[in-house]
Design a protein around this ligand. Sequence first.
Ligand SMILES: Cc1cc2nc3c(=O)[nH]c(=O)nc-3n(C[C@H](O)[C@H](O)[C@H](O)COP(=O)(O)OP(=O)(O)OC[C@H]3O[C@@H](n4cnc5c(N)ncnc54)[C@H](O)[C@@H]3O)c2cc1C
Length: 425
Amino acid sequence: MSFDVIVIGGGPSGLMAAIAAGEQGAKVLLIDKGEKLGRKLAISGGGRCNVTNRLPVEEIIKHIPGNGRFLYSAFSIFSNEDIISFFEGLGVKLKEEDHGRMFPVSNKAKSVIDALLKKLAELKVEIRTNSPVKDIHFDDGKTSFVELKTGEKIKAYSIVIAVGGKSVPQTGSTGDGYAWAKKAGHTITKLFPTEVPVTSFEPFIQNKTLQGLSLRDISLSVLNPKGKPLITHRMDMIFTHFGISGPAVLRCSQFVVKAMDKWNLPEVTMSLDSIPDKKEEELFQEIAKLIKAEPKKAVKNTLKGLLPERYLLFLLEENSIDPSIQCSAVSREKLRSFARSCKQFQFKVNGTLSIEKAFVTGGGVSVKEIEPQTMASKKMPGLYFCGEILDIHGYTGGYNITAALVTGRLAGLNAAIYSLNENRP
Ligand SMILES: Cc1cc2nc3c(=O)[nH]c(=O)nc-3n(C[C@H](O)[C@H](O)[C@H](O)COP(=O)(O)OP(=O)(O)OC[C@H]3O[C@@H](n4cnc5c(N)ncnc54)[C@H](O)[C@@H]3O)c2cc1C
């Protein structure tokens, strides 16, 4: 049995690759190890499937800190706006939410996946589920055939590897593709967890003092060993029983990993600004005025409303201010240090949860060895890569799925062109 194009992996990148190849008139086989296609897509965006993002391309690239710039050429051929038109063409109406995030109007990932499956059926793409691929074989310096776990061998003129990274392996992404890429001569850059909760040994975390507390619209930074911010993100966060999580933390997480690695540190300092719209001096003056105006009232009551109550009490205690003490008894010095804590509460973190628990895998097939306009391997004719297996990683918010769909489009299209035009005997 032989095909023009075999796509391995039915996540967003593989589904798009199979459609793009099918649209070129190629005979396409899509293989997935799972019972269903698009299992990770189904749980993305809280189960509503965050298909893409509507920010300008320049912004999208900024939100893909892991080699986003590699995607400039790809975006000039197939962009986020093309993704939107593509889905609308499939009959999936989309709506824009905060930060440019695009979701199906139905709020159901199923409607996105069903539309992709319908298109695959229209294009007569053959689909094999429950079929784990064991290996890819290369002969005479070219891509040759796929070997399933059952031992079955299937020939193809070109093969698209779309098997994802190593995160959330229960969705099928178990990192199988790295060995195949290596065999073809590719470099795999160091894998690491990104978009992942951060862990801490700080006593207030270990004692669960703030567990479950959410802080809205805060500014969170990862500091370098000299105390300067490496990155700052303004979003929400939550304290957990092991550390911190929530959107701002997920975005900062890869910088924690990288800082620990770069400077060989057991711990990294983070700084939390809980009142980002005010300067420290302005805040101090405001607090001092409030305290002066109500000398007999308890500090915690006077400062109520400044911060969520649990966090206010915590920061007062951190600065050795008894929350029940009268305002008149608090020294200016302590108020100054309290204002400083509101603006830059610093604490140590010692890593993240595992790559398996991360939303996204950082690192992967080096983009230096991939043609940016076609997703073709520079090492092996007939081999193409797309999606999270590549050393490309973005923030959550539709950026990873956008990268998967854009690279999938190009990989499928060019794998078909290669098979149909260039590689016929
Ligand atoms: C909970 C969660 C929420 C997320 N939310 C967002 C979000 O809001 N926005 C965003 O941009 N990104 C989000 N992501 C990330 C995004 O879902 C992934 O980056 C994206 O799915 C990657 O697509 P992919 O096609 O490369 O790989 P995957 O979606 O991982 O698909 C890979 C496929 O390959 C198959 N496969 C693997 N090995 C084999 C093999 N040996 N043989 C056959 N088949 C194989 C797997 O079964 C799987 O179906 C989220 C991830 C998670 C886990």
